[in-house]
Structure formats: structure tokens, C-alpha cells
Design a protein around this ligand. Structure first.
Ligand code: B4P
Length: 190
């Protein structure tokens, strides 16, 4: 049986968002992407958006208490009862602990964590290409390098956190979007 409560981990530009979108549609569960939610809050000028903006533009993580609040509300929504694809949350150990607690309160838990692995130079090239297409303010080379450093320091430790619990599968994230998607789906069944 395919896992339906899934977390996608990986460095910036690894393809979490790209894969989460199609996978969520296929499984009929919501994609919960804190990056997208924060960008919407920035665009709408909400209180959360005002707090998040400067961190995002520097390629820093938005403070845990802000992101945890956003994720908690979304996960408690009716449409997430039967499953969800978490994309970009958690990104720190404190967020991972908060997620454990949230899911425990909701009487559920993660079934699978997949880390998409891509070489850093390829990631930088992908994000610079995206900058030309989408013009995201955090997709310039200096900020991208900072996001990679933040990933190594803050988010990579989560790989061991989930490996120790037997939830982790490592999936190579290079190749076509379709090939990566096929590997990812296999990792959800295995
Ligand atoms: P995110 O929006 O999560 O940004 P990301 O890591 O850059 O995106 P992703 O890995 O999803 O890449 P994508 O599929 O789009 O976060 C942005 C910022 O928000 C963070 O820096 C932080 O400030 C803040 N934030 C978010 N969550 C937070 C949290 N939990 N705590 C604190 N702060 C938080 O792919 C990238 C590009 O590659 C695309 O152009 C895509 O077309 C291309 N691509 C994808 N797959 C490919 C493939 N197989 N081959 C070639 N190109 C591919």
C-alpha cells in the first residue's frame, strides 16, 4: 500500500515542490508547502508575511514559532485527515519535534520520509534558471548559496532523526522530473 502521510526532505531546488504537486493530486491529499504559504502571506501583507519577508529574502529560515503556527493550522484542516504531502516543513529539529507533537494530538503519524538528493552545483543551476522564469526574490546566487549552507546546518540533521525511526528513504533527485517521480513512488510503496 502507498504511504499517504508523507514528508519530502531535500535541499533548496531538489524538486520537493515539483514532485509534491503531482503526487498530492494523484493521492487525493493536500500538498502542504510552508514556502508557498509564506510567499502568499508576504504577497497579502499579513502580519505573518511582514515577519517572514526579510528572512526569506536573505535565504534564512523564518523563525520556528511562525512556521510551526502556520503548519499546525493547515494540518488540522479537514482535508488533511486522510493524508498529506509535507513539502518544506519541518526544516529544523525544533520543527520536527513540534510536528511529532501536532500529529500525536491529531491521533496520527508520518508513514514515510523521502529525501531527494541532488548535487549542489546542479541545484544552484536549477534555481538560477528558475530565477529567469519566475523572478523569485530569493533565487539569486548569493541567497541560494546561503540557503544551501542553512540546509546543511539546520535541515540535514533531520535525515538521521527520521532514519533512526525507520521512516527514511533516500531517492536520487537527478534526471527527468518523470524519472524522479517514478523513484519517489517506489519509495512510498517499499
Ligand atoms: P521553498 O519554497 O520550500 O523553496 P525551495 O526549497 O527552493 O523549493 P523546492 O525544493 O520545492 O524546489 P522546486 O521543486 O520548486 O522555501 C523558500 C523559503 O521559505 C526558505 O528559504 C525559507 O526562508 C522559507 N521557509 C519555507 N519553509 C520553511 C520552514 N519550514 N521553516 C523556516 N523557513 C521556511 O524546484 C526548483 C526548480 O528546479 C524549479 O525551477 C523546477 O522546475 C526545477 N526542477 C525540479 N525538478 C527537476 C528535475 N528533475 N530536473 C531539472 N529541474 C528540476
Amino acid at each position: 500500500m502507498k504511504a499517504r502521510r508523507v514528508l519530502l526532505l531535500g535541499p533548496p531546488g531538489a524538486g520537493k515542490g515539483t514532485q509534491a504537486r503531482t503526487l498530492a493530486a494523484e493521492l487525493g491529499v493536500p500538498q502542504i508547502a510552508t514556502g508557498d504559504m509564506l510567499r502568499e502571506a508576504v504577497a497579502a501583507g499579513t502580519e505573518i508575511g511582514v515577519r517572514a519577508r526579510a528572512f526569506m529574502e536573505r535565504g534564512e529560515l523564518v523563525p520556528d514559532e511562525v512556521v510551526v503556527g502556520v503548519a499546525r493550522e493547515r494540518l488540522a484542516a479537514e482535508d488533511a485527515r486522510e493524508g498529506f504531502i509535507l513539502d518544506g516543513f519541518p526544516r529544523t529539529t525544533a520543527q520536527a519535534r513540534a510536528l511529532d507533537e501536532m500529529l500525536r494530538e491529531l491521533g496520527t503519524g508520518l508513514e514515510r520520509v523521502v529525501v531527494l538528493e541532488v548535487d549542489e552545483e546542479e541545484l544552484v543551476q536549477r534555481l538560477l534558471r528558475r530565477a529567469e522564469i519566475e523572478g523569485r526574490s530569493d533565487d539569486n546566487e548569493e541567497t541560494i548559496r546561503n540557503r544551501m549552507r542553512v540546509y546543511r546546518e539546520e535541515t540535514q540533521p533531520l535525515i538521521d532523526y527520521y532514519r533512526q525511526r525507520g521512516l527514511l528513504r533516500e531517492v536520487p533527485g537527478s534526471g527527468s522530473v518523470e524519472d524522479v517521480g517514478a523513484r519517489l513512488r517506489e519509495a512510498l510503496c517499499a
